[in-house]
Design a protein around this ligand. Structure first.
Ligand SMILES: NC(=O)C1=CN([C@@H]2O[C@H](COP(=O)(O)OP(=O)(O)OC[C@H]3O[C@@H](n4cnc5c(N)ncnc54)[C@H](OP(=O)(O)O)[C@@H]3O)[C@@H](O)[C@H]2O)[C@@H](O)CC1
Ligand SMILES: Nc1ncnc2c1ncn2[C@@H]1O[C@H](COP(=O)(O)OP(=O)(O)O)[C@@H](O)[C@H]1O
Ligand SMILES: [K+]
Length: 510
């Protein structure tokens, strides 16, 4: 599993590598710089020139090492040390001397030749040690990198594009936009979360000698990236002698007139994700329309009319008998009693429950109802729903995605899937996973309904939370990525994901 480390955690890992494995920091820098040179070489055109911009810290030291390897390989290289050379770290100083031993001295940034097509700019101004917005000569250097890139040069960033804050993935102004970012040792939040991820371009993580063991010494937030292998390994094998009862029965409480498609998409996604049986419980007026979407869907009518409320408790309890998972929320008629109904229902059942869409809006009025839950609970809010749950604006949610998701998960003892680009899966135990799959083509109505159906099916098949949530989110995003190749980002619609899920399972069953 890929660990995502903050700047402080990187320093802890470095210290552990030194103390436990006797890895001198100079050797780490040597490995980092060498990998950086290789990445730079891979971007150059024939005869292209390398311009290496180095800052005052260890990131600049990595740049100096890269420049030395490029020179040694016979390339045309110009180097500039930007800012106060008196501040250079001891390792960076040593590498400056080594570079001079190769006959190359840094030039003033102002006299560097222009860069264009075929050329490569190595951005080694700031890495994880960036503390404030770049100003003066640093801002000028970053502006020049942007101009060279517009002129056709490729930009490779050492560790983190300069100007991007490593821990938050928020850029200062100005900030380098890279074609490739070489992440040293571990990926950082800046590589995995937006908007940073888009500024990094293609992220290439390289080993520099820190070793996986060094993360044992790391304190604080436990951030990970979901890997395809982890997602795939969670799937149960379908034994030859199995039957529909083996794979669980999902109850879907969803839909209302005008929103019967939501219920159908949850149900179909659950069926397409391996559930043995799927039953939709909805008001009688909506039921035939839901079931008409597909003959595999079973249905049960909830007597009564209008918004779901306490009067629906007994019918829902009866519908839940013999079921292995509940998905509740998409398109439900919501009223003043819906939140209380959900609380009572959760208190009466032990099977895992997925709350989505209007079920989330209903419990947002009084989050305490979630504490009544006897079984495991998964919440799947998009940022707007999370804003309602948290009582803040969507903008606030987006600015603090990791913290908000983690807080909600730990304080309510639930698993939280905070949707959107780089969906987060926050676990009550304190871990947060970042999902790398999915694309902007999925920003279209109904894709969230499909996700809740996938979650329900995996839970009904016995994959426990929170792992079921990680696998569902990864598979759902991958379904979107595979289908975007056929439909384009513009053409992708929610029901395409049902086909895409088929591609994911075929890939994983191989
Ligand atoms: N950890 C590891 O295992 C390894 C880490 N390695 C590398 O080290 C990098 C981290 O190095 P680092 O800690 O020296 O920080 P770095 O990013 O060079 O910046 C610090 C310098 O910038 C300055 N400065 C900051 N903001 C500024 C601003 N806005 N405007 C102007 N100045 C500003 C700051 O000065 P100060 O703020 O203190 O005045 C200081 O001088 C990491 O990303 C990776 O590349 C590898 O070599 C191998 C192993
Ligand atoms: N730009 C994007 N990048 C990646 N995934 C996205 C993007 N936009 C939307 N998605 C995904 O699409 C789904 C949208 O869910 P939601 O907003 O609940 O839609 P709906 O309510 O219409 O079903 C989520 O899984 C979300 O992560
Ligand atoms: K950098």
């Amino acid at each position: 599993m890929q660990r995502v480390l903050t700047a402080v955690q990187m320093r802890e890992a470095e210290k552990a590598a030194q103390e436990q494995h006797g890895m001198p920091s100079g050797l780490l820098m040597e490995n980092a710089g060498r990998a950086l040179a290789e990445a730079a070489r891979s971007l150059a055109g024939p005869g292209g020139r390398f311009t290496v911009l180095c800052g005052p810290g260890n990131n600049g030291g990595d740049g100096l090492v890269a420049a030395r390897f490029l020179l040694e390989g016979g390339a045309r290289v110009v180097v500039s040390l930007v800012g106060d050379t008196g501040k250079l770290t001891p390792e960076a100083k040593r590498n400056l001397q080594a570079l001079e031993g190769f006959g190359e001295s840094p030039r003033a940034f102002e006299v560097l030749p222009e860069a264009g097509p075929g050329d490569v700019v190595v951005d080694a101004l700031f890495g994880t040690g960036l503390k404030r917005a770049p100003e003066g000569v640093f801002a000028d250097a970053i502006g020049t990198v942007a101009r060279w890139r517009r002129a056709g040069a490729k930009v490779v960033a050492a560790d983190v594009p300069s100007g991007l804050q490593s821990d938050t993935a928020e850029p200062f102004t100005p900030c380098v936009e890279a074609d490739v970012t070489v992440a040293f040792g571990f990926v950082k939040p800046a590589h995995e979360l937006e908007p940073g991820a888009s500024l990094c371009g293609d992220v290439r993580r390289v080993d520099i000698g820190l070793g996986g063991e060094s993360t044992r010494a790391v304190s604080g937030a436990e951030l990970f990236r979901v890997e395809e292998k982890d997602a795939r390994d969670a799937l149960p094998k379908r034994r030859a002698d199995s039957h529909k009862g083996t794979y669980g029965h999902v109850l879907v409480v969803a839909g209302s007139p005008g929103k019967t498609g939501a219920a159908a998409m949850v149900a179909l996604a659950a069926l397409r994700s391996g559930a043995g049986l799927v039953t939709v419980a909805t008001r009688a007026e909506a039921l035939p329309w839901v079931m008409a979407h597909s003959p595999e869907i079973m249905g049960v009518a909830l007597p009564g009319e209008g918004p779901l409320g306490k009067g629906d408790l007994e019918a829902l309890k009866a519908a839940l008998e013999g079921k292995d998972a509940l998905v509740m929320g998409p398109g439900i008629p919501r009223g003043p009693e819906t939140g209380a109904l959900i609380g009572d229902l959760l208190a009466s059942m032990e099977v895992p429950a997925v709350l989505d869409a209007d079920a989330l809006n209903a419990v947002a009025e009084d989050l305490k109802v979630l504490r009544q839950a006897k079984g495991p609970v998964l919440l799947t809010p998009h940022p707007g729903e999370m804003a309602r749950l948290w009582g803040r604006t969507t903008k606030d949610v987006q600015a603090h995605r990791v913290g908000v998701a983690l807080n909600m998960a730990t304080s309510l003892n639930v698993t939280v899937v905070l949707k959107g680009s780089r969906t987060l899966i926050a676990e009550a135990g304190g871990r947060v996973y970042i999902n790398p799959t999915g694309n902007a083509g999925m920003a279209t109505g109904g894709t969230g309904d499909v996700l809740s159906g996938v979650c329900g099916a995996l839970l009904a098949q016995g994959i426990p939370l929170p792992r079921a949530a990680r696998t569902a989110v990864y598979a759902h995003g991958l379904a979107g990525d595979l289908m975007a190749q056929q439909r384009g980002l513009m053409g992708l619609i929610a029901t395409d994901l049902l086909v895409g899920l088929g591609h994911v399972w075929t890939r994983w069953e191989r």
